[in-house]
Design a protein around this ligand. Sequence first.
Ligand SMILES: C[S@@+](CC[C@H](N)C(=O)[O-])C[C@H]1O[C@@H](n2cnc3c(N)ncnc32)[C@H](O)[C@@H]1O
Length: 194
Amino acid sequence: MKRIYSSHWSDYELIDAGNDKKIERFGNTILIRPDRNAYFSPILSQKEWKQKAHFEFIEETSSKGIWKTLKQNTPKEWQINYKGCVFNLRLTKFKHIGVFPEQQSNWDFIKTQLCCTEPFEEKKFLNLFAYTGGASLIANSAGANVFHCDSVKQIISWSKENMESSNQSDIRWVFDDALKFATKEVKGKKNMMV
Ligand SMILES: C[S@@+](CC[C@H](N)C(=O)[O-])C[C@H]1O[C@@H](n2cnc3c(N)ncnc32)[C@H](O)[C@@H]1O
């Protein structure tokens, strides 16, 4: 089995984890969020976590919650960059902020695979359950013809914003259920929102 490790990313850092939470830095903004995988004890004290963080997500139900401000006047919308791909981040009531940084090694894998493609081969990339488009942006930057499928309209708009902020173009937006879209494609029908 080959282990794949994430490389250094100046705009992201997992600072600490434990007690069912994690503390992460996205650019200059530090967040505390619940994480069931952090079942162990953290290295830093709770006091140190609170001193560092700008916002903490407080769960109200299993799927929603609110962001508690720990440092006043911190912008609630900001940007981070990965290899020229720009993510517009914002604090959503679902705990997520517009990027899953644990996907970084997958993005690197995608880029390597696309860059290895023979020049005469057509580079096509289908991103299902595509969220805000990390994989789409990376594949597009590697010269692929990208189809980005998500069933939530606001998420497609957010992805378009990221494409524009990254000075990219020509991603094909597919607003559809992933399984329905894939089934239609297999049957040769197309339903694309460009
Ligand atoms: C957890 S996120 C995926 C994160 C993504 N893999 C990444 O690396 O950033 C799940 C995404 O799938 C979308 N989604 C959920 N059900 C879907 C469906 N049936 N068809 C298409 N997209 C769907 C959601 O709107 C959301 O954007």
